[in-house]
Design a protein around this ligand. Structure first.
Ligand code: 5GP
Ligand code: MN
Length: 346
């Protein structure tokens, strides 16, 4: 038996909205990851089973390793079909905002979502939900939005309507946001839910392989280059940093998703508890920062204070507008500022 994490008042509210709504739009954050797509498609499959007119719209493309997901082909990429997507968002009765807390996380879609007359709800697990939605289902203690979608459907009394395809999407999001159940994954109910998803006929081993073991040769060689030539370790701070320029990514014919997971690599060293990956973005003129930590070191604080970002305690991100040298310099400043916490003195 799962505990009822979502407040009954929210469940009643959602039920009413879904009942009345005909046109429903699901939106998720820029550079969609496994949980953004998993939660969105999980909910999409469910609402399809309720005969709703429902679309998933995300700001930009997602990595190749998520393209196998059931329903992925139906996902509308906003920056490719802007006019079409604008119309759907403007005409929506309900807009479900999944896996993000503030509208700036949906990039170019921010304005149209904000101004649409559609009723908005948030289902998310990031801290500090914004105030743009009437229904706010925000649970930072839950490790993925996909898990929240599963809980939402169950608390609505519709477990029976979850299909194998929907279960595959939900499982993917739960798996990717916990690094294959290696962090943020000590809540035993996660494993009850996995059991329920398996009862729908999913093949979890195959999903793992599709997501984590289908990279190109170039990606693996780039990883080798990054580890041999680019990784800097700062043992005095228990930290490590990897930087990667646009030219370096081009050399390895890097495509979207190829650098996924690089930020975690230094954390496999015994004494590293904070890792940062700085990558020149290939779409925008900025440096994308990924931060990861183990234990109680709050990398979201570093992201917010130094890189205009945020996120979770152990996984966060941000952006930097300037040169790589400046970004690296800022990272080094953050080590000095957070030295006491890094070394566990506070
Ligand atoms: P990733 O390193 O995988 O891109 O992002 C890890 C987590 O950091 C995301 O799940 C999200 O919570 C957060 N995050 C990533 N980029 C940003 C950003 O630019 N701004 C904020 N506020 N959070 C971000
Ligand atoms: Mn998530």
């Amino acid at each position: 038996m799962l505990s009822k994490v979502i407040a009954q008042s929210s469940i009643d509210h959602v039920e009413k909205w879904f009942e009345k709504a005909d046109k429903i739009v699901i939106v998720s954050h820029v550079s969609p990851d496994g949980d953004a797509l998993g939660s969105s498609l999980g909910l999409w499959h469910f609402l399809n089973s309720q005969d709703k007119n429902v679309h998933v719209i995300v700001p930009n493309v997602f990595p190749d390793f998520l393209k196998w997901m059931p329903g992925a082909k139906e996902v509308i990429i906003y920056n490719r079909y802007k006019e079409f997507a604008d119309k759907i968002i403007q005409e929506a009765d309900v807009i479900c905002c999944l896996d993000f807390n503030v509208l700036s996380r949906i990039d170019e879609m921010e304005e149209v979502v904000r101004t649409s007359p559609g009723r908005k709800m948030i289902v998310d697990h990031h801290l500090y939900p914004g105030d743009f939605a009437r229904i706010v289902i925000s649970h930072p203690e839950i490790s993925s939005t996909s898990e929240l979608v599963f809980r939402l459907i169950c608390q609505l009394g519709n477990f029976g309507d979850i299909t194998k395809e929907g279960a595959e999407c939900i499982y993917t999001g739960m798996m990717t946001d916990t690094g294959g159940f290696t962090y943020n994954s000590n809540n035993r109910e996660i494993y009850t839910i996995i059991g329920e998803l398996l009862s729908k006929g999913i093949d979890k081993d195959e999903i793992y392989r599709r997501v984590f073991n289908t990279y190109s040769e170039e990606r693996l060689r780039m990883m080798g280059y990054v580890l041999y030539d680019k990784m800097q370790v700062y043992p005095q701070f228990k930290a490590a940093m990897i930087s990667l320029t646009r030219a370096e990514q081009n050399k390895f014919q890097c495509v979207k998703g190829d650098t996924e997971g690089f930020v975690n690599l230094p954390l496999s060293m015994k004494n590293v508890r904070f890792s940062v990956f700085l990558r020149e973005d290939t779409e925008k003129d900025m440096i994308k920062i990924s931060l990861r930590s183990v234990g109680n070191f709050p990398c979201n604080k570093v992201a917010a204070e130094f890189f205009n970002g945020g996120g979770h305690l152990n996984a966060s991100g941000g952006e930097f507008y300037g040169t790589m040298d400046e970004a690296i310099d800022l990272f080094k400043q953050s080590l000095v500022r957070y030295e006491d916490l890094l070394l566990g003195k506070k």
